[in-house]
Design a protein around this ligand. Sequence first.
Ligand SMILES: *Cc1c(COP(=O)(O)O)cnc(C)c1O
Length: 227
Amino acid sequence: MNERGDLIAASLREVKNRIQLACQKAGRDPKEVTLISVTKNFPASDVQILYDLGERNFGENRDQEAREKSGALPSDAIWHFQGQIQSKKLRSITGWADVIHSLDDVGHARKIAELLLEKSLPVFVQVSLDSPDGGEGRGGVQPDQLAVFLRECATIPGLELAGLMAVAPLSVDPADAFSRLAAIRREVAVQFPQLKALSCGMSGDFESAIAAGATHIRIGSSILGSR
Ligand SMILES: *Cc1c(COP(=O)(O)O)cnc(C)c1O
């Protein structure tokens, strides 16, 4: 492998060691934690390096960029869309994405279900952990509206809800943010037991996400460097 390949291989190994250690500390089986390599802003050649190292889960934020890369990679790569959803892009997104992490609009949920034919496409509902006033504007359903949101989604045939997703706000301790998210999931799982998964944790905070019960961690810069 070339120099870039060696660099990525070393960073990936380091991240995996940290995941292993965090799981050990939390008394969790590392198999419960899916590592999503966030490849946004990096070329398809980097995704191919990760693929050749055995990675299969890749996270992207932009439709066009992801569509191009997914076409360049083998078909068993699993593509996670985690960017802000635009309604007019959904037809394209549901074409390449295997999982959507950022649902926060019932209209989008209806459209996703309509666009899917036979394809299975698990969807995470993004929850906002920002304060409602002065929020950081990253999207997501406010926690106090989540039950209503999920009840509306439950009436949409073919929509496959898988779990909750969040990004820790910059202003709070990520450990607090993720345990709050885990508590919200436990609460809604009483009515919506299909919400088993928890997508949280990025380069700066994935250890505390694993401690809180994350099943999907989305890591970019710790593997691929800064963009
Ligand atoms: C970019 C991004 C990530 C990865 O962030 P890093 O800090 O590079 O690990 C994870 N989740 C979302 C939603 C992102 O936009």
